[in-house]
Design a protein around this ligand. Structure first.
Ligand code: GDP
Ligand code: IMO
Ligand code: MG
Length: 459
């Protein structure tokens, strides 16, 4: 059977940790979209693992698969595998031959295009994700299987690289460096192909997974990013270039929708919102320069929204892992969650970071929106509107809940649901009832042991 883990919001909801918890019962963990734009954390005692490409089951020694819906940078994949080996793990990663390869020119172009886009820039991770998916759709991509066949690899590169050189130099006025050199690329990527072959890492993903399922194995699909970053269901154009929502599994791993639908689809929810990147955010608290549209600093020194944002940001560690930049934060956005639950068909949710909000007098949610149209008419919405321009015209109708105290969370985990402060239970019950899905687990800290598990999808 399968269990699918999907981000409900804007990424970083704590998907990696949930894969680790439920991965106890899994035989295979599969990424079905995205690439090394992801950063999934598994905390095990004193050890923290930050995984970008290696599926989170690696911490438990479970086989990981990068499905054909992923875009794979062999350089960062091998770096990550080598670093994990140095730390004593033995990641067994299989890569779909149909997955597309991120080449150096994709990364260069991601950076150049972000700058050129100005206000339309999503604030990408600059890992080359968008340009690689563009080439996939444009039928000029290089696939993992091509790395194993030097003749095909050279043919593909000879076709596509001159186009990329021209794009860089003639459209963007940037001098193409070795990232745009056919011979250099061929040598390096042929070697990656050899390593993939030597370590027997490549698979026919759909065939491999269906055989494992036929043998009775349990599979976890590990979504990256989140529904509001989905290229179809997210806040376009401030999105990633793949489908993190559950529909992405069937296409991105080659497992039939009915098989995916037969298992649980679990939405991972952060108890508030955080966002890296630009675009509107109706429940945002305060702002972050360079990311919040039109924001150029706090209105005054003791602005309440700003101090709440600072509190949540500090308690939740909401700073970029690489840059250290503050992330945007806001209250839970229920229309965003209703949209996520519907598009992926959640059968359950896990709410993380309940400890982060502890100590606030009140906890607020955006329950619904009032959208003002261009003609000045108002409309009530309980889900996200289809365009980002409409979303920017939404004002959140807030609901306030009593806050809960900071307690000894280890005791709470021991006591289970009843051990949670009553106000936290009221909040969680509201979220679960509004979405009409069961609460499967509650995160009260980053560690494996800091989660109250109410339902195990493999039981
Ligand atoms: P992912 O991308 O969805 O896997 O999430 P990230 O790993 O990028 O970000 C989640 C961060 O929050 C990580 O540092 C986790 O260790 C941490 N985290 C996850 N769940 C909880 C929780 O319930 N409480 C707290 N305080 N931290 C959590
Ligand atoms: P995980 O799996 C949070 C954001 C970027 C940017 C937009 C597009 O750890 O939850 P991209 O590089 O994908 O073209 O960037 O998406 N983004 C993420 N934000 N968590 C992620 O992954 C993200 N992956 C991409 O910040 O706004
Ligand atoms: Mg992350």
């Amino acid at each position: 059977m399968t269990v699918t883990i999907v981000g409900s919001q804007l990424g970083d909801e704590g998907k990696g940790g949930v894969v680790d918890i439920y991965g106890d019962g899994a035989d295979v963990v599969v990424r079905y979209q995205g690439g090394d734009n992801a950063g999934h954390t598994v905390v095990l005692g004193e050890e923290t693992y930050k995984l970008s490409l290696v599926p989170s089951g690696a911490v438990r020694g479970t086989v990981g698969v990068l499905g054909n819906g992923c875009v794979v940078n062999p350089e960062t994949l091998f770096e990550e595998i080598d670093a994990l080996r140095e730390r004593g793990l033995d990641p067994d990663v299989r890569v779909a031959e149909r997955a597309h390869v991120i080449l150096p020119y994709h990364r260069v172009l991601d950076g150049i295009e972000e700058e050129a886009k100005d206000d339309l820039a999503a604030g990408t991770t600059k890992r080359g994700i968008g340009p690689t998916y563009e080439d996939k759709a444009g039928r000029r991509g290089v696939r993992v299987g091509d790395l194993l066949d030097p003749e095909v690899l050279r043919e593909r590169l000879e076709y596509v690289v001159p186009q990329k050189r021209a794009l860089a130099s003639e459209v963007y006025g940037v001098d193409p460096d070795e990232a745009f050199d056919v011979d250099a690329l061929f040598e390096t990527y042929r070697e990656y192909g050899e390593r993939l072959a030597d370590e027997e890492m490549t698979v026919n993903c759909s065939d491999y997974l269906n055989r494992r399922l036929d043998d009775g194995d349990d599979v976890v699909f590990e979504g990256a990013q989140g529904t509001a970053l989905d290229i179809d269901y997210g806040v376009y154009p401030y999105v990633t270039s793949s489908n993190p929502s559950a529909g992405g599994v069937a296409v991105g791993a080659g497992v039939a929708p009915a098989v995916v639908g037969d298992g649980d689809v679990i939405g991972i929810v952060k108890a508030y919102l955080s966002r890296v990147g630009t675009g509107p955010l109706p429940t945002e608290l305060g702002g972050v320069e360079g990311q919040t549209p039109g924001y150029d600093g706090p209105a005054d020194a003791d602005d309440e929204a700003e101090s709440l944002a600072a509190y949540i940001r500090d308690e939740g560690g909401e700073y970029g892992t690489v840059t250290g930049r503050p992330r945007r934060v806001g209250w839970l956005d229920m229309p965003m969650l209703r949209h996520a639950a519907r598009t992926s068909g959640f059968t359950g949710i896990v709410v993380n970071h309940v400890d982060t909000l502890a100590g606030l007098d009140e906890v607020t949610v955006g329950h619904s929106y009032t959208m003002t149209t261009r003609d000045g008419e108002t409309r009530e919405l309980d889900t996200m509107p289809p365009t980002t321009e409409q979303w920017a015209r939404c004002e959140a109708n807030l609901r306030t809940f009593d806050g809960w105290p900071d307690v000894d969370w280890a005791d709470v985990v021991d006591a289970g649901w009843e051990g949670l402060p009553e106000a936290a239970r009221t909040y969680l019950t509201y979220v679960s009832e509004e979405l009409d899905v069961d609460l499967y687990a509650v995160g009260v800290g980053p560690g494996r042991e800091e989660t109250i598990v109410l339902e195990d999808p493999f039981d």
